[in-house]
Design a protein around this ligand. Structure first.
Ligand SMILES: [Zn+2]
Length: 134
């Protein structure tokens, strides 16, 4: 059984009437599916989008190390990338959400696609959605 992931991303904006509108982001079109072929690709793609979009908010860390820190700083991103890679290594899907500087909720999804073993003697299997050779 082999696995790859379909990466998609969109923003969610709530208007004054409380209706949620789905919007695209510059890096990933609304109908675009990014082929992610291994756990490293999953973690790197999520990390890149987080780096580009996530709002930096100051937070206060609790004692004994009382200090100010930023959410989604480089250290947070490295830890998150490690977790994302482990989840992907287990063959699971990921959904990551965070807000950008304008308060838009970003939704990043890496959906695991488990493909059957190629037929014996056949030429392999190609994903009909993203074209990845499985
Ligand atoms: Zn695919």
């Amino acid at each position: 059984m082999s696995v790859h992931w379909h990466g998609t991303a969109h923003g969610e904006v709530v208007d004054d009437e409380g209706n949620t509108r789905i919007v695209g982001i510059p890096q990933v079109g609304l109908d675009e599916v990014v082929a992610l072929l291994d756990p490293d690709a999953v973690a790197n793609w999520v990390q890149q989008l987080t780096r580009d979009y996530a709002m930096r908010e100051p937070i206060v860390c609790q004692p004994p190390n009382v200090r100010w820190a930023l959410t989604h700083d480089a250290e947070n991103q490295l830890e998150a990338a490690k977790r994302d890679r482990i989840v992907a290594m287990m063959g699971d899907s990921l959904i990551i959400t965070f807000r950008d500087d304008n308060g838009v909720l970003l939704v990043i999804e890496c959906r695991a696609v488990h493909s059957p073993m190629p037929m014996q003697g056949g030429g392999g299997v190609v994903c009909v959605v993203c074209g990845a050779a499985c």
